[in-house]
Design a protein. Sequence first.
Length: 118
Amino acid sequence: QVQLVESGGGLVQAGGSLTLSCTVPEKIVNFNAINWYRQAPGNEREWIAGINVGGRTDYADSVKGRFTISRVHALNTVYLQMNSLKPAATAVYYCNARLLRRTSSFPWGPGTRVPVSS
């Protein structure tokens, strides 16, 4: 089954930085928007950042100013650069998106785990 593929997770110290990647199976312009989510242990999955087909970006208040979402069309990849990481950012990070020609999003992938040590 076609999925979006997240990568780049790994252990990072508090205050450090990490960049996650989301590779999509088609051209980025075929998607309504591509979003990043995270699910911390014991919590529900939450939306944290998105970039729409026109390139507009949006962020949850909890990450605004520290996380940056970007894309490289030639690689069909969307990135999430995370700076000044806090232990509370420990979570599994997922990307998801909906193709413009579809009414539903892709199924969730396995995500990429980011533990932040204090």
